[in-house]
Design a protein around this ligand. Structure first.
Ligand code: UD1
Ligand code: CA
Length: 459
């Protein structure tokens, strides 16, 4: 097998996106477009990957890190000029170079592999990945001669009416003989409507030198979508989403309504978990098996065990155990560690708290900056008072504690193992283990008070 190299074009601003964010950094299913491309290329056996950066160079670099080498294109003079910037790294090397646009996030490794194979089989100097699509507006068109062989690519803006009627397009992915590529690039001019150095012009140059130029047409037209504006971005998102959902379903996850379920690319879900409609699962979330997630639930970067139910709730950057029951309408905020067999009921907010095995907060609670032991019962309406307006303090609730309804635990405070806190208490001092703490005004009943009041009013 020949040496393989890859060049990813990612220097453009992406004017048509009308965005502060550089085009290739726009996320599709939670991951920047260019990241999708780099990850697919990583599946191929490529010796060197060079990403051409320009607009937002530092941000693109920060995103891709060590996965790529970089070449800076200071002025965006066109795609041929962009590839030229890889000269220092690649010129003089023997092998095949694949060029991919950073704005084609749906391209798959297997298609690029097939492109390499086709290129090698035909001993071509250049092979274009093409597709036939219904609406080719905006794409470069593949011009073939009477024998059906590729002659050149004409950009939409430069094309005649007859050329615009052609629906075979340049997907923006190509394989080149590396030496032939860099030699031909030197001959590309910017004599066209946009005044840019077009990479597709390399095709005509090689052809005119009598070299073999080939085309590999893919049937998966979805893969070839180039994202230039937000309409195409939404389309890419829709396609990627259905790919992700399909992968999970094939792995044994039930998704009730895939069109209404939003799972980002890196999420892992175990078998026999059921995902109900209007559910969003993001980041590096890992969900175990036999869980029920949703409806109307958002989970971002959480680890969830097995057989856990999370309904109509939101959970972020937290760990949630097995056999846990959360919701409806619960809010698990970052740095929470919810152990097995916990119940978090409606209108309960947990923040930066360990919540021990078998413990319950079934209704209307706020537990923040807390360490809750095992088998604790937190009564309806009870809260940790963790903040004095300046600093946050810790509440410790040891194993087997029972917190009566509507209690305030003013931190820093510890409720010792097995203690009881009477309903309506405001606890400002530590409670010893096994004690009953009552911290509320004593009840006074004034007998016949209403009668006395009426008498007074008559006078
Ligand atoms: C390009 C192709 C077109 C093809 C389409 C497929 C050219 C001239 N046209 O058009 O034939 O059908 O892709 O999606 O190549 N870039 C740079 N530096 C530059 C210019 C662009 O790095 O100076 C990068 C952009 O960031 C982008 C990619 O190259 O990732 C493609 O550029 P774009 O302007 O989107 O080209 P298209 O008009 O879509
Ligand atoms: Ca494009």
């Amino acid at each position: 097998m020949s040496n393989r190299y890859a060049v990813i074009l990612a220097a453009g601003q992406g004017t048509r996106m009308k965005s502060k964010l550089y085009k290739v950094l726009h996320p599709v299913c939670g991951k920047p477009m260019v990241q999708h491309v780099v990850e697919e290329i990583a599946k191929l056996k490529v010796q060197e990957v060079v990403t051409i950066i320009g607009h937002g160079a530092e941000k693109v670099k920060a995103q891709l890190g060590e996965q790529s080498h970089y070449a800076l294109q200071e002025e965006q003079l066109g795609t041929a000029h962009a590839v030229m910037q890889a000269q220092n790294t690649l010129e003089g090397k023997e092998g095949i170079t694949i060029v991919v646009c950073g704005d084609t996030p749906l391209i798959k490794a297997e298609t690029m592999e097939a492109l390499f194979t086709h290129h090698e089989k035909h001993s071509a100097k250049a092979t274009i990945l093409t597709a036939k699509i219904d609406n080719p507006t905006g794409y470069g068109r593949i011009i073939r001669n009477e024998k059906g062989l590729v002659e050149k690519i004409v950009e939409h803006k430069d094309a005649t009416e007859a050329e615009r009627a052609i629906n075979e397009i340049n997907t923006g992915t190509y394989c080149f003989d590396n030496a032939a590529l860099f030699a031909a690039l030197k001959n590309v001019s910017n004599d066209n409507v946009q005044g840019e150095y077009y990479l597709p012009d390399v095709i005509e140059i090689l052809k005119s030198q009598g070299e073999i130029v080939s085309a590999f047409q893919t049937n998966d037209i979805q893969e070839t979508l180039g994202v230039n504006d937000r309409v195409a971005l939404a389309e890419a998102e829709r396609i990627m989403r259905s790919r992700i959902n399909e992968k999970h379903m094939r792995n044994g996850v039930t998704i009730k309504d895939p069109a209404n379920t939003y799972i980002e690319s890196d999420v892992i879900i175990g078998q026999d978990t059921v995902v109900l409609p209007a559910t969003i699962i993001k980041g590096a979330t890992v969900i175990g098996s036999e869980c029920q997630i949703g409806p109307n639930t958002e989970i971002d970067t959480c680890k969830v065990g097995n057989e856990t139910i999370i309904r109509q709730s939101a959970a972020y950057n937290s760990s949630i155990g097995s056999y846990v029951n959360i919701g409806p309408f619960a809010h698990i905020r970052p740095a929470s560690d919810i152990k097995d067999e916990v119940k978090i009921g409606n209108f309960v907010e947990i923040k930066k708290a360990v919540f021990g095995k078998g413990s319950k907060a079934s209704h209307l609670s706020y537990i923040g900056d807390a360490e809750v032991g095992n088998d604790v019962n937190i009564g309806c309406g009870s809260i940790t008072v963790n903040y004095d307006g300046k600093n946050k303090f810790l509440t410790k609730i040891e194993d087997n504690v029972f917190i009566g309804c509507n209690s305030n635990l003013v931190a820093p405070v510890t409720v010792g193992e097995g203690a009881y806190v009477a309903a309506g208490s405001t606890i400002t001092q530590d409670v010893p283990g096994k004690a009953l703490s009552i911290a509320r005004a004593k009840q006074v009943n004034k007998e016949n008070y209403v009668e006395k009041l009426n008498m007074k009013n008559k006078q």
